[in-house]
Design a protein around this ligand. Structure first.
Ligand code: MTE
Length: 299
């Protein structure tokens, strides 16, 4: 019999019950979310997760507006079932896959990851997800593929922010193939043992913990295996500020602010800043992928 999420609740979560309950109250106000069973992961950090409330009320999801509270206020009307994902390009089995089929056979894990935004706030999120590599292996990556491109849903009727031309919709992101195949890279379908809140990118979003949060594209409808570096939304908007790589790097400043420190969310008004770690603390796992690259050029 598979373990229930409650059976495998890791220690940091049990220590954080009070915050969990505070967060659950927020979710109760939204439509019921189904619980997801997932095994704990060896890839989790030992940091204590933020409350569900912090994670689901302070968001960036410009399809619903640019304010941090807009996604929680306006994402409720997004239809996430049915949902399908087009997987195309240089793959053996291209097609339009129903979400259930995308997730089928992929071992779901709970992975507690640090998350750091380029705006210099950070939090710790207990995601539920599976390795992107598992899905890519299933559809068969062809030898010519070197990058993976992702697209978010384009549905202005349900995504009021898409009425604004400030972004050339749909929201797009990309990874180099080795980054996409890295075991830390997951497609997340939930958090805190529940289905993904809509404001966090339901029903399926990318999480790449050594990169700034904006690489973690939400509500994905297309995954394309390609042979050229794909366009990415933030690079299209502000190329001098947002490069393709977007690795968390305290040594390379954003042109308008330092990236050397961060403000952990939820610490209260007087909580201190903390030093930002190279690759967001995942240096041992990922630095070798960038050996020989000048990360001030490939920012
Ligand atoms: N994905 C889409 N489709 N649209 C967005 O505006 N914002 C990005 C990223 N993914 C964004 C997106 C940014 S800037 C951040 S910091 C993270 O989502 C925020 O994720 P969270 O709201 O789950 O914390």
């Amino acid at each position: 019999m598979p373990l229930k999420w409650s059976d495998v609740t890791p220690k940091p979560l049990s220590l954080n019950r009070r915050q969990l309950i505070a967060g659950a109250a927020t979710l109760l106000a939204s439509p019921a979310l189904a619980r997801i069973e997932a095994a704990p992961s060896k890839y989790s950090t030992d940091a204590e997760p933020n409350s569900l409330e912090d994670i689901s009320t302070y968001n960036n999801f410009y399809e619903f507006g640019t304010g941090k509270g807009d996604p929680a206020a306006y994402a409720g009307g997004l239809t996430v079932d049915p949902w399908s994902v087009v997987i195309d390009g240089l793959v053996d089995k291209p097609g339009t896959y129903d979400l259930a089929d995308v997730v089928k056979g992929q071992p779901l894990e709970e992975r507690i990851y640090r998350f750091r935004c380029v705006e210099a706030w950070s939090m710790v999120v207990p995601w539920i997800g599976f390795q992107l590599s598992g899905l890519l292996e299933r559809v068969g990556v062809q030898p010519g593929a070197t990058f993976v491109a992702f697209e978010t849903l384009l549905r202005p009727e349900e995504m009021p922010g898409q009425a604004s031309p400030f972004i050339d919709w749909p929201y797009r992101e990309g990874l180099r193939l080795d980054e996409a195949m890295h075991p830390l890279t997951i497609l997340a379908t939930g958090l805190y043992g529940e289905e993904m809140p809509k404001q966090n990118g339901a029903p399926i979003r990318l999480v790449v913990p050594w990169k700034y949060g904006f690489k973690s594209i939400k509500s994905i409808v297309r995954i394309s295996l390609v042979d050229k570096m794909p366009l990415t939304t933030w690079n299209m908007l502000q190329p001098q500020e947002y490069g393709f790589y977007s690795n968390v790097n305290p040594k390379v400043d954003h042109p308008r602010w330092s990236q050397a420190s961060e403000r952990p969310l939820g610490g209260g008004l007087f909580a201190g800043r903390q030093d930002t770690l190279m690759f967001n603390g995942y240096e041992a796992e990922v630095a070798s992928m960038y050996a020989g690259q000048d990360l001030a050029v490939d920012y």
